[in-house]
Design a binder for this molecule. Structure first.
Ligand code: FAD
Length: 561
């Protein structure tokens, strides 16, 4: 196989054979990119066959077929998306390697000067001088079109919070927020909707009303990160360029990972507070249930708000207790994990409620299928001998929480670590390989609990560190892993878990005022009355109540404070 190296990240070559694919893997390539349409000549391996071979050798594959001599701007955009998805080094091929080299050259405008692009291809043996006018035009267009100081991907809690904190410190910044959704949600309120305490409408607002006026709102989804060229590719194939990227697109609720679940949701007694549309169904079903079996499930960690699956359960049990029907309802908690809550200090208070409500705890029991019509849930359970078994449970009520993973476009990107989440330094929230990239909120790999409370603390820290980066300094603000989980153990009382990295307790208030390890009315008041306002009027406006970065490094502290 005669490989021509354009950069350490990408090489090009002619049509691959099966043996070439094996050789590419042996030579350390992590991905294959085909630029050849199927069926150009007899005997040519089809893209699907090469994908299969690549996958057998542990390599990713993308197919961006183009016609020789007719490469369009849309082809270039597709190539950019594909390169953004693939881990490098990538081996791209077509019939001779020229189309691949040409496409690569066209994706480099904005990142490299046109003559430098042509030198790179010439060094690899491809004279593409005829491309110069197109490269020059594209370079000028891209340079003027969409360059921002900061591009924020995701206008959820973390994204808007960061934009607001940045603008508080430096109102003149050019910021783009990439957010496709017309509605912004306050997800912590959904537990209260399911418990019949909040009206659903109080947990959402038009995105336009929370988007800071000084930012450019790009109403599209991002589809790829290209950190080598400091670009984010959008769903329409266009790209935004940044000096600093803040990635905050949240996580993906993987409903489809449990066969039958998404079809069953919202009917036949199957519900979830993890979806805006079904949280009111939880409330209605709980009110309607008078006897039978109620199942609550919790998927493997990490999930957003690790306490939310059991919060739904306690509030439901409390309603059944008040309606004097709890004795006729068999309640089971199927938890994929081996403990009730990850921080031991809060477990005794929770266990007292488990006993009070007569809940049957089933640890290491994972929901794997739902048959809504038959009202049967299937679980994979660990047996005492270490093996596992599938068991079926009939139900009258099922509160299901889906497995949670990084969004697909993130997991496939060069920003991801082996879990799919964005690999950041847990202290500065800066990417471990790309110094002008930060990530926060549910999408980042830091081992804090994935909560809005964490994002509230992270946003100002990222804002300070982004500004430091823009000024050519190292990050100066440090995150201690703070997250919080208000466990609604009954209507009117909450066990307020507040902790940081390593499970270290980080209470906001002195114990005499609010002891988080016990159920208190004060914590309920916080969640019920105070926190929604802190969110809408504080965090999303850059008012950092109880969230100002405190851990600053050395001389920079006074500048950033
Ligand atoms: P999100 O708020 O989910 O925002 C992600 C944003 O990215 C969304 O607006 C989405 O539209 C956008 N996006 C997605 N894909 C793309 C793309 N391709 N391009 C551009 N934008 C994209 N936290 C607490 O602190 N306390 C609680 O009591 C609590 N309870 C909870 C109860 C429930 C039922 C749930 C579901 C969550 C709860 N949380 C709680 C967790 C909290 O809501 C999340 O941790 C928080 O919203 C994370 O913020 P984020 O910005 O990372 O993600």
């Amino acid at each position: 196989m005669n490989v021509k190296t354009l950069t350490p990240e990408i090489s090009v070559t002619k049509q691959l054979t099966a043996q070439d694919v094996a050789d590419a893997a042996a030579q350390g390539y992590r991905a294959i990119l085909s630029n050849r349409p199927d069926g150009e000549e007899p005997g040519q391996l089809r893209a699907a066959d090469i994908e299969e071979l690549a996958s057998r050798h542990g390599m990713a594959f993308e197919h961006v077929p183009v016609v020789s001599g007719a490469i369009t701007d849309a082809d270039v955009a597709k190539m950019r998306v594909a390169l953004g998805r693939l881990a490098s080094p990538v081996l791209a091929f077509c019939r001779t390697g020229t189309r691949s080299a040409t496409l690569w050259a066209l994706t480099q405008t904005g990142a490299m000067e046109p003559h430098a692009i042509l030198r790179a291809t010439a060094n690899a043996g491809y004279n593409l001088d005829s491309l110069l006018p197109r490269l020059t035009r594209a370079d000028a267009g891209r340079a003027s079109a969409s360059q921002y100081d900061v591009v924020i991907v995701g206008g959820g809690s973390a994204g808007i919070g960061t934009a607001a904190s940045l603008l508080r410190r430096q109102p003149s910044l050019a910021i783009a927020v990439v957010e496709p959704s017309a509605t912004h949600y306050y997800q912590p309120g959904w537990t209260m909707v399911g418990g019949g305490i909040f009206a659903p409408e109080t947990t959402c607002r038009p995105t336009a009303s929370v988007m800071p006026k000084a930012v450019t709102w790009v109403r599209k989804a991002a589809t790829a990160f290209v950190p080598e060229t400091s670009e984010v590719v959008l769903e329409d194939g266009t790209a935004l360029r940044y000096r600093v990227l803040v990635a905050a697109p949240g996580l993906k609720l993987d409903w489809e990972a449990i066969p039958g679940l998404s079809q069953a949701l919202g009917k036949n007694g199957v519900t979830s507070n993890y979806r805006y549309k079904t949280a009111p169904y939880t409330r209605d079903m709980v009110r309607a249930l008078k006897r039978g079996r109620a199942l609550f499930t919790q998927p493997p960690m990490p999930i957003k708000c690790a306490g939310a699956p059991q919060k739904a359960m306690y509030l439901s049990c409390d309603l059944w207790r008040r309606a004097e029907v709890l004795g006729d309802i068999e309640v089971e908690f199927h938890n994929a994990g081996a403990v009730l809550f990850g921080v031991a200090a809060y477990v005794p208070a929770l266990m007292a409620y488990v006993e009070r409500y007569g809940i049957d705890l089933k640890f290491e029991s994972r929901l794997v299928a739902v048959d809504g019509r038959a009202r049967v849930a299937t679980f994979q359970r660990k047996r005492s001998d270490g093996g596992s078994e599938r068991i079926e449970r009939e139900f009258d009520f099922l509160h299901a929480v889906p497995p949670q993973v990084a969004p697909d476009f993130v997991a496939k990107s060069p920003l991801a670590n082996e879990t799919g989440y964005i690999a950041v330094d847990p202290s500065t929230l800066r990417h471990v390989r790309y110094p002008n990239v930060f990530a926060l909120g549910d999408v980042c790999s830091a081992p804090n609990s994935k909560t809005m409370a964490a994002a509230r603390k992270q946003a100002p820290i990222v804002a300070v560190n982004v500004l430091a980066t823009l000024e050519g300094h190292e990050p100066i603000a440090h995150y201690d892993g703070y997250g919080s989980c208000p466990l609604t153990v009954e209507r009117g009382k909450i066990v307020l878990a507040e902790f940081g990295y390593g499970g270290k307790l980080l209470p906001t208030f002195p114990t005499w005022l609010l002891d988080g390890t016990r159920p208190t009315r004060a914590a309920w008041w916080l969640k019920n009355r105070l926190l929604p306002s802190v969110y809408w009027h504080g965090m999303l406006k850059g008012r950092e109540w109880l969230a100002q970065p405190r851990h600053m490094a050395g001389f920079e502290k006074s500048r950033a404070a």
